[in-house]
Design a protein around this ligand. Structure first.
Ligand code: FAD
Length: 318
């Protein structure tokens, strides 16, 4: 038994499946493994070239997923994939969905191929929220970094700016303060969502300057980031501060743009489900962060995948 990896949808032979899983993160992999375990024919569609989802951008240790501790998300991803390879299902990487007809359980892929199933599990997860300001795309990887832990060395002797007010922003500001010349933390609100432990450490840190009620207007530079324009609407002040390193941590948003108006979503765009992980459309399920704004964790994602698979199996085998 093994996974049949298809690097592109062109290689897709069979078009009819019991279950199609959209997304190859923790929730999608768990869904696919459980469906295969229960004897269902499964196709997993992942839009990236690699499986793992957020595990690929987790550079911290993972100590809270029961059963295993790993140095980072990629290591856990490798364990998940090794285990999944003991089961038989199809995986299509680089799969771009053009149209999804949930009522008829039909998905049209970018290359014109159509796939069908009796049930679909939506496990498309979340993406980092962007600032949507000038310079953000232009300076990606040219001063705008992804992670304090992974890219922190680039901040040696430089001025860093971290944007956000949650745990991730504060934690990254503290990590960067060990290497950078200065760290400015800009947060759009007066109060912080971050835990007190991080906040106190940041406030006591002489290298970290905290600016509240402050938003980013533009990221400026030539070849690389050189400065950032900040705005405080309360004080009605705009200032340009030097910053050669910028890190944005302003939360995440669900990957549900293509589902607006098609399926019930909450006000933030997360998929609404019942305790069986089923959406408002019969035999359309959702698992993991895309349907779980309250406890987005690896354990929840894995559990929701198993729940969806079990419910589908009992229904299809009735
Ligand atoms: C820095 C960081 C640290 C974390 N630390 C922990 C921790 O210590 N413990 C813990 O439990 N959790 C932690 N988490 C959260 C945990 O990683 C997530 O809750 C979990 O990985 C969510 O898995 P998921 O499968 O629901 O979604 P994702 O991991 O977001 O996977 C979704 C997948 O769907 C794919 N996709 C999206 N749209 C489409 C589409 N249209 N077609 C096909 N594929 C699509 C994406 O490419 C992605 O691969 C952390 C997260 C981050 C970012």
């Amino acid at each position: 038994m093994s996974i049949n990896y298809l690097q592109s949808a062109n290689k897709l032979g069979v078009k009819n499946f019991d279950v199609i899983v959209i997304g190859g993160g923790a929730a999608g992999l768990s869904s696919a493994v459980w469906c295969a375990e229960l004897g269902l024919r499964v196709l997993l569609l992942e839009k990236n070239a690699e499986l793992g989802g957020q595990l690929l951008w987790t550079h911290n240790q993972i100590k809270n997923h029961l059963g295993i501790e790993t140095e980072n998300g990629r290591e856990l991803r490798d364990v998940f994939v090794r285990q999944a390879e003991n089961f038989e299902f199809d995986i299509c990487l680089n799969a771009e969905i053009y149209e999804i007809d949930l009522a008829n359980k039909t998905i049209l892929l970018e290359n014109g191929k159509k796939v069908f199933a009796q049930a679909i599990i939506l496990a498309a997860g979340v993406r980092r929220r962007k600032l949507n300001v000038e310079g953000e795309d232009e300076f990606k990887d040219r001063g705008i970094i992804e992670s304090g832990k992974r890219d922190g060395q680039l901040a040696r002797g430089k001025n860093a700016l971290v944007i956000g007010g949650g745990d991730a922003a504060l934690e990254n500001a503290l990590i960067l303060s060990e290497i950078a010349l200065t760290v400015t933390l800009a947060h759009r609100r007066a109060g912080f969502g971050a835990r007190n432990e991080f906040l106190e450490k940041a406030r006591e840190n002489p290298k970290i300057k905290i600016l509240t009620e402050t938003t980013v207007r533009r990221i400026l530079g030539n070849e690389r980031v050189e400065a950032v324009e900040l705005h405080n609407p309360v004080a009605k002040q705009t200032q340009i501060i030097p910053a050669e390193i910028v890190l944005v941590r302003i939360g995440v948003e669900p990957n549900t743009n293509n589902l607006r108006g098609v399926i019930d979503l909450d006000e933030r765009g997360y998929i609404k489900i019942n305790s069986s992980c089923e959406t408002n459309i019969k035999n359309i399920f959702a698992a993991g962060d895309v349907a779980n704004p309250l406890s987005p964790t690896i354990s929840s994602a894995v559990g929701m995948g198993a729940t969806a698979a079990k419910v589908i199996s009992s229904r299809l085998n009735m």
